[in-house]
Ligand binder design. Structure first.
Ligand SMILES: NCc1[nH]cc(CCC(=O)O)c1CC(=O)O
Length: 306
């Protein structure tokens, strides 16, 4: 096939650009194109512009997607790469999640100590994730957490400079940025990751059959179905990436196992559960959401679906 001139939109952060290059390489390899067939178009998002407030506090939604959605719908780009963790559960009808790359290490990494138990008494941990705050404080109520944003290098520099005792970052991001040596991986039964953590997705216009077809060729089906189940759980809980919720779906042959945990913001209460079903069991996430909500203590329950 002759090389098409596809425009691939992405955020401009170092991690986003690495992920966009992975998508470009995968796509070009799958279709036998030279890399100049895909042009990477960096686009600044609201989330990139606003660096000094907790993301959960910025008004409005779609912090990482709005500008890319607009570029996609206007035809300025043909597809857009996202960390699926940052993509809202409810997407515009004209945009389709067309493919996902094979999922990376889903764990969180702790930087600054060998384990959560090894953090000094009353240690200060930099993180802006409500989920990580709640999970850390559940295990270690003595810890203080402080708002921590910026790219990976900025965060690592703050830990190194002693501004905080420790921080937590997704292993996937560190690995993709060429930093597999940084931090220690926290086992998922100690700290269940965020829904969709470690997954890179590519969206296209729902009407663009050609682009959808080209992307279908690089879709990792196991990752895709697991991440959709995790997103369905978020939707059923009316939660988003700022909610203190952890979830992980894994696939073994024809069975999907979905584990999840909901927290009070300060980690003082929580509820955990899991459910299994056949691949394609559309009600799996809803069943687990209903079970969790039915058992959740009031301080957890009030943060989720009415
Ligand atoms: N919310 C920011 C964000 N979105 C995706 C990643 C990492 C890569 C991934 O999870 O796929 C990160 C940073 C982090 O949590 O450390």
């Amino acid at each position: 096939m002759t090389s098409p001139q596809l425009k691939l939109g992405t955020r401009g952060s170092p991690l986003a650009l690495v992920q966009a290059n992975m998508v470009r390489d995968t796509l070009c390899h799958a279709h036998g194109w030279t890399t100049d067939a895909v042009e990477i178009v960096p686009i600044k998002t609201t989330g990139d512009r606003v660096q000094d407030v907790a993301l959960a506090e910025i008004g409005g939604k779609a912090l990482w997607t709005k500008e890319l959605d607009r570029a996609l719908l206007s035809g300025e780009i043909d597809c857009a790469v996202h960390s699926m963790k940052d993509v809202e559960t409810i997407r515009p009808a004209a945009i389709a999640i067309a493919a996902m790359l094979p999922r990376a290490d889903v764990r969180d990494r702790l930087i600054g100590a060998e384990s959560i138990a090894a953090l000094r008494p009353n240690a200060i941990v930099g993180t802006s994730s409500p989920r990580r705050v709640a999970q850390l404080r559940r295990m270690r109520p003595d810890l203080t957490t402080v708002l921590f944003r910026g790219n990976v290098d900025t965060r690592l520099a703050k830990v190194a400079a002693g501004a905080v005792d420790a921080s937590m970052l997704a292993a996937a991001g560190l690995d993709r940025l060429g930093r597999p040596d940084v931090g220690v991986g926290i086992a998922i039964d100690v700290m269940l990751p965020a829904p969709a953590q470690g997954a890179v997705g590519i969206e296209a216009r729902a009407s663009d059959a050609r682009m959808l077809g080209l992307l279908a060729a690089i879709d990792d089906a196991a990752t895709h179905c697991c991440v959709l189940v995790e997103r369905a759980l978020l939707a059923a809980l009316q939660a988003d990436c700022h909610s203190p919720v952890a979830a992980l779906a894994t696939r073994d042959a024809d069975t999907i196992r979905l584990r999840a945990e909901l927290f009070a913001e300060d980690g003082s209460a929580h509820v955990a559960g899991e459910a299994s079903g056949a691949v394609g069991d559309a009600a799996l996430a809803e069943r687990l959401a209903a079970d969790l909500l039915a058992r959740a203590p009031a301080s957890v329950r009030r943060l989720f679906a009415a």
